[in-house]
Design a protein around this ligand. Structure first.
Ligand code: FAD
Length: 317
């Protein structure tokens, strides 16, 4: 079932969902199930599975020279989605990225997902390869998420890359990313919203936001989106702080601000146990306010650590 249908069916009640990362290469499926199991009792109608592009590694050869190796450290998104749908009877939402894929590979992945009975995709550009400065599309790949989205929307009309198959039309519900504090490459929020609106006009069905810790940023973002004519659901992305290092790590990776009252409280913590508890308290409060605002879904970035999210969900659902 589509994410938008789950939202409609909930009739205004806030739903619980979360995102997982595929396991590192070499880990087994059970390691993923053990991260999902603690959260299943909160009835997630859908679970997102991230996609990870290739990375470069330098491996030392016996002769001491370094060999450049291209590898995916977290492959398996498609297989994990199938396993989730099979085991939990919950809709899996694979992330699809431009980075590292040409259009042909994307089409084949979309065909696989369709055959597996997957109804949703979250369409993203992806970031630059680690240790490369700027995002660079594959030859015959996509530069922006909007272009990838167009490919999915075309497939929904039966328009494949080289031919038309009306009977082979897919019916994907398409999600896209939005940034309450703007995307880090964008010169300002207005420009970012201009491109977000383009994704919506090209057929996006819902938006999931980058994580944030100041609800006012989300409320303002929703207001700006509505003013520009974006009417689709805007799902807030949530991640509890759990270690002191997050003070610098999160802004560095996700390009968002931490509100000063939270920073001051974290700085007062004597150890990571206190930070962990504070993160639960802050996020629970944040979620209660978002629920009162009427958000359709609280979407948690679990990053493979379900325990604090479980404690928060117990308070809310
Ligand atoms: P785009 O929508 O393509 O936007 C990228 C930038 O280009 C923005 O600054 C935008 O304003 C600008 N822009 C867009 N169109 C144009 C245009 N035509 N001309 C000029 N500028 C333009 N990454 C992964 O690798 N795997 C994942 O699974 C993953 N999951 C994510 C889930 C969520 C909810 C979010 C918020 C992010 C996720 N990311 C993931 C990270 C994401 O790939 C990065 O944030 C990436 O840098 C941007 O992706 P996007 O889809 O927002 O890109």
């Amino acid at each position: 079932m589509k994410v938008t249908e789950h939202i409609k069916k909930a009739e205004g009640k806030t739903l619980f969902s979360f995102e997982i990362l595929p396991p590192k290469k070499g880990e087994n499926l059970q390691s993923i199930f053990s991260r999902i199991d603690p959260l299943v009792e909160f009835n997630p109608p859908f679970i997102d599975v991230t996609y990870h592009r290739e990375e470069y590694e330098y491996r030392e050869l016996p002769n001491g020279l370094l060999q450049k190796v291209v590898t995916r450290r977290r492959p398996g998104t498609v297989g994990i989605c199938a396993a989730i749908q099979h085991k939990y009877k919950v809709d899996a939402v694979p992330h699809l990225i431009c980075g590292g894929f040409d259009k042909e590979e994307t089409e084949n992945t979309l065909i696989d997902l369709n055959f597996l009975g997957i109804d949703n995709v979250l369409v993203l550009r992806g970031d630059a390869i680690k240790n490369e400065g700027a995002f660079c599309p594959e030859p015959n790949g996509h530069q922006y998420a909007a272009e990838l989205l167009e490919q999915v929307a075309n497939l929904n009309k039966g328009q494949y890359l080289h031919e038309e198959f009306p009977d082979g039309a897919t019916d994907y519900c398409i999600g896209v990313a939005g940034y309450p504090e703007k995307h880090f490459e964008s010169p300002n929020l207005s420009t970012d919203l201009y491109y977000l609106k383009k994704k919506v006009s090209a057929g996006a069905d819902y938006i999931v936001t980058q994580l944030f810790y100041d609800n006012q940023k989300y409320f303002d973002f929703v207001k700006r989106c509505r003013e520009t004519g974006i009417t689709i659901p805007i799902i807030p992305g949530i991640k509890p702080i759990s270690i002191k290092k997050h003070l610098t790590l999160l802004p560095n990776i996700f390009h968002m601000d931490l509100p000063q009252p939270l920073v001051l409280e974290i700085e007062k913590c004597k150890d990571n146990k206190q930070v962990y508890d504070l993160g639960i308290e802050w996020t629970t409060h944040q979620c209660k306010e978002l629920m009162a605002f009427g958000v359709p879904v609280l979407h948690f970035y679990s990053m493979g650590r379900p325990e604090n999210i479980r404690k928060i969900a117990q308070e809310l659902f």
